[in-house]
Design a protein around this ligand. Structure first.
Ligand code: PLP
Length: 426
């Protein structure tokens, strides 16, 4: 149903089309395994010669229905759910990078992704170079090496809220024969569809707006099917040469446009196993059914809160790409004309200490290690999510030490503003 329907319809209906007598609501296939009549039928599944379920670590019908919905929303050919956004980012890169390889990454990314790339993946022998995403194409191109296999960025970075110039990044990636991977967690496909601007792979922390209710940690990888792996076969042996662990099958030959996402499932999920539980996938699907209603409300409320903060003389600075004059306003208008996300950041006069006091006085907005759900919440990244980063790394990631990350929920905007006001005056 993917192509002919608009996002609102896809949110509600894509992924699960019950046949006669089947449940109207996507069922939770809470089963590790699936039954076959003959040994031969099962054997064909293990050789990837037949489609079918055999073990939930690889595939599960509930998860696949939700992944299909996310693929439809992003306009991709296929998707895979993972146990977390971290797992999605790791798999997305590891699917095409092995020890001795290198990739280039925007420095404006989530702190957890930064650690994954800068520390853990380096221990696996995969090197990364971080670049300032606002640098010129020529400057960013200098980071590429003969063994570079991907370029990575976040549509709207968490928590710096820098907007990625997706077309520029796609041009740089493609001129070096590598795919562009974009973490599209904050805008979601309701507000931005990176494939339409040249991205090849999209990743999500579904934990955020997609789930939207803060019930389930999860992630997703979506494949556009557009990157021509065979045209750069020497760079991507994992996709373009036989996989000995699948009896010499070559993913690009056997699966064409689905090569990347099939390898991620058949090989990485088989071997590393960071699956999303079917129960979490079911909850994620409930969230997705209202994503198209929630995102505009988040954006509308965030705009009101940002405008209020901008006028308040206790506030030192406000960063929200929906504010005219913001460094990323024009890019946001180009890539997200209907709104960006509900997350804003700001600093208070008096700096770090005043920020912490302000947060402690909030009543409606809760201090939580979370962002992007229905309830307004707040965090001080330098004290919390990013506390393992040095001051230098914080600045590089666009996180000022006084930065308050404020995730505007879908409550009444006046109530949210009243809460901020009483905390500022306390
Ligand atoms: N990507 C972005 C943009 C994020 O904000 C986060 C988490 O905050 C992640 C990835 C990691 O996702 P998860 O917490 O689901 O592992």
């Amino acid at each position: 149903m993917a192509k002919q329907f608009k996002p609102e319809t896809l949110c509600v209906q894509a992924g699960w089309s019950p046949k006669k007598g089947e449940p109207r609501v996507l069922p939770i296939y809470q089963s590790t395994t699936f039954k076959y009549d003959t040994s031969e039928q099962m054997a064909r599944l293990f050789d990837l010669e037949d489609n079918g379920y055999f073990y939930t670590r690889l595939q599960n019908p509930t998860n696949d229905a939700v992944a299909a919905k996310i693929a439809a929303l992003e306009g991709g050919v296929g998707a895979m759910l993972t146990s977390s956004g971290q797992a999605a980012n790791f798999y997305a890169v590891f699917n095409i990078c092995q020890a001795g390889d290198h990739f280039v990454c925007s420095s404006a990314i989530y702190g957890g992704t930064f650690n994954l790339f800068n520390v853990t993946m380096k221990k696996l022998g995969i090197d990364v170079t971080f670049v300032n995403p606002d640098d010129s194409e020529e400057e960013i191109a200098k980071a590429f090496r003969p063994n570079t296999k991907a370029l990575f960025g976040e549509t709207i970075s968490n928590p710096a809220l820098e907007v990625l110039d997706i077309e520029k990044f796609a041009r740089i990636a493609h001129s070096h024969g590598v795919p562009l991977i974009v973490d599209n967690t904050f805008p979601t496909p309701i507000n931005c569809r990176p494939f339409e601007w040249g991205a090849d792979i999209v990743v999500h922390s579904t934990t955020k707006y997609m789930d939207g209710h803060a019930t389930s940690v999860g992630g997703a990888i979506v494949d556009s099917g557009n990157f021509d792996w065979d045209a750069h076969a020497e760079k991507f042996p994992g996709l373009c040469t036989p996989d000995e662990s699948y009896h010499g099958l070559t993913y690009t030959k056997a699966f064409g446009k689905m090569a990347y996402i099939t390898k991620a499932t058949a090989q990485l999920m088989r071997d590393l196993g960071s699956i999303q539980s079917p129960m979490n996938a079911f909850l994620l699907n409930l969230g997705l059914e209202t994503l198209h209603l929630r995102m505009p409300q988040h954006c509308k409320n965030a705009q009101r809160v940002a405008e209020y903060l901008q006028k308040n003389d206790k506030v030192a600075w406000v960063n929200y790409c929906g504010l005219p004059g913001n460094k990323y306003y024009e890019l946001a208008q180009k890539y997200m004309p209907n709104g960006s996300c509900g997350v804003i950041s700001f600093g208070l006069k008096g700096g770090r200490e005043v920020a912490i006091r302000f947060m402690d006085h909030l009543k409606l907005a809760a201090i939580v290690t979370h962002v992007a759900d229905a309830r307004t919440c707040v965090l001080h990244p330098a004290s919390h999510t990013h506390r393992q980063l040095t001051d230098e790394q914080l600045i590089e990631a666009g996180v000022r030490p006084d930065l308050i990350r404020f995730s505007v929920g879908i409550e009444n905007a006046e109530d949210i503003i009243a809460d901020i006001e009483q905390a500022l005056n306390a």
